[in-house]
Design a protein around this ligand. Structure first.
Ligand code: SAM
Length: 334
């Protein structure tokens, strides 16, 4: 669907009529991607990061967290456990950790791909040759948020990083044939509704396959500790607008939404979302991957999480998807 920037700003600011927007997005979701909710098992395999993103709890300057790096065998074993529970997609996420070689990661990808699942990587900015090697080993999808398209704001929040380089990485990933997931943070300090509208139009323009739209949540050990966090309502409105703009893509109900409000994820599933990414990292390491405080479901075991989500999803008349949950336009592929 085409929407002007002005129309998007109106939708983002109109909290009185947000239920109409959510309902419209829900109908579009149903028509284009159906009632299945696809679960992705998220493995947060390392919290080492070379970057200093102002909002992020695992930024390199945060000396308060215990750093961990799972071995390739530990990652493979977590994936196996998740697959045995029924997950059909595994997402491997980490900080930008230079402690793994390309060969280490390729071996992990190859082993997990033997388990008959789709595999998503979310490990940040890498060299073209590395993205190509991961793809050749079988990685199917790549998830990297642009965070904001306001370049001034981006450079204020990401010291020593380049917006242009992140954008170029997204283009490389797309060109290599990955399904591309990207998205934004909602409620960053000095982020206007116009800027969020630009972000959503950008995501539409580059043709993403998955949109991760989540609220910024202030972390006490970061430079943004005294800033207000984003709100669930504005994040949901932004998410619903992307469903209007891109009717058939995958859209996760994010953990950050559930963190801001219990049942935030269910509200998201009723406002355009069709994916949930439960954490399948072992409980020992999970708490150290603290991007923001009070993460939802932090202490819930994987089997418990799966069962709880299943009940919640059924309670809104939906069901857990049984396939790989690719972008419907690619659904014959993984
Ligand atoms: N290193 C990879 C990358 O750069 O894409 C993946 C890991 S990164 C920690 C994953 C995402 O966490 C980021 O894209 C960001 O949007 C989100 N994030 C980090 N800190 C956050 C915060 N304080 N509140 C909400 N989301 C946050």
């Amino acid at each position: 669907m085409k929407l002007t920037k002005q129309k998007i700003v109106e939708l983002l600011e109109n909290s009185d009529n947000q239920d109409d927007l959510f309902h419209r997005a829900d109908l579009i979701r149903k028509k284009n991607v159906g009632d299945s909710v696809f679960l992705r098992g998220l493995i947060e395999f390392s919290n080492f990061c070379r970057n200093s993103c102002f909002y992020c709890g695992i930024r390199r300057e945060n000396a308060q967290i215990k750093r961990y790096r799972l071995t390739p065998d530990e990652i493979i074993s977590l994936a196996r456990g998740a697959v045995q529970l029924g997950f059909k997609t595994i997402v491997l996420q980490s900080g930008e950790d230079v402690g793994y070689s390309c060969d280490d990661l390729c071996r992990v990808i190859e082993e997990i791909k033997k388990m008959d699942v789709a595999l998503t990587l979310s490990i940040g900015e890498r060299e073209y040759e590395e993205y190509a090697a991961f793809k050749n080993c079988g990685a199917d999808r790549y998830l990297m948020r642009i965070e904001t398209t306001d370049k001034k704001l981006y450079h204020q929040l990401h010291p020593k990083m380049s917006w242009q380089h992140r954008y170029e990485c997204l283009m490389m990933i797309k060109e290599l044939g990955y399904e591309l997931g990207s998205g934004i943070l909602v409620g960053l300090p000095n982020q206007s509704l116009e800027s969020i509208a630009d972000d959503l139009l950008f995501l539409q323009k580059i043709g993403i396959d998955m949109a991760g739209i989540g609220p910024f949540i202030a972390h006490p050990n970061t430079p943004l500790k005294n800033c207000l966090s984003g709100t669930l309502d504005l994040s949901l409105r932004a998410m619903s607008v992307i469903r209007l703009l891109m009717p058939d893509i995958n859209i996760p109900a994010t953990t950050a939404m559930e963190t801001l409000e219990k049942k935030g994820r269910i509200r998201a599933l009723k406002a355009g979302a069709n994916v949930v990414m439960p954490n399948v990292t072992d409980s020992l390491h999970r708490s150290f991957y603290e991007l923001y405080p009070n993460k939802a479901c932090l202490n819930d075991g994987v089997a418990h999480c799966y069962a709880c989500l299943n009940l919640q999803i059924q309670s809104i008349g939906r069901k857990i998807g049984t396939g790989y949950g690719s972008h419907v336009k690619n659904s014959v592929k993984k």
